[in-house]
Design a protein around this ligand. Structure first.
Ligand code: GDP
Ligand code: MG
Length: 156
């Protein structure tokens, strides 16, 4: 397995307003995942429509777009072995009321519509690369070694 899989992660507007951006970064960082890019930004309606295109026919779509454009977000790219699936596990179930304690949503959320964090769907092949391309230009992503990599990966 390669150690350089990249996935798209976003601290949603509720995470920014509640001061949870640092906590989210810490959890991913401490796990051994490597930050490859980050952008503190305001999502406009056009980008929201593109990002959530798969949900455009759902009854909650307008609410979802209104929420994700309601304030700034921290958009990020994280890298590591099995990164997409591992981040999803750390996020917990979509509805924070169903998310296990110990997961980000399970520890910090109580509402399906305000569930703190987005991560690319590991069951949708290519979703990670598609979302990274939507939010980041190639030159905004950084390739580097973290000094603890040999202590995280046996084969590093
Ligand atoms: P995720 O991949 O776990 O984020 O979940 P989905 O891709 O299924 O849905 C995208 C986002 O839409 C979720 O993170 C929720 O914030 C939101 N969402 C999903 N279902 C509902 C719903 O029934 N009502 C509302 N208000 N929001 C929803
Ligand atoms: Mg999803």
């Amino acid at each position: 397995m390669s150690n350089d899989e990249r996935t798209f992660v976003m601290a949603k507007p509720d995470a920014v307003q509640r001061g949870l951006v640092g906590t989210i970064i810490s959890r991913l960082e401490e796990r051994g995942l490597k930050l490859a890019g980050a952008k503190f930004m305001q999502i406009d309606e056009e980008l929201a429509n593109q990002h959530y295109a798969e949900h455009q026919d759902k009854p909650f779509f307008d609410e979802l777009v209104a929420f994700i454009t309601s304030g700034p977000v921290m958009a990020m790219v994280w890298e590591g072995a099995d990164a997409t699936r591992q981040v999803r596990q750390m996020m917990g179930a979509t509805d924070p009321k169903e998310a296990q304690p110990g997961t980000i949503r399970g520890d910090f959320g109580l509402d399906l519509g305000q569930n703190i964090i987005h991560g690319s769907d590991h069951e949708d092949p290519g979703a990670n690369e598609r979302e990274i391309d939507l939010f980041f230009d190639e030159e905004e992503l950084v390739d580097y070694e973290r000094s603890d990599e040999p202590w995280v990966y046996e084969d590093a």
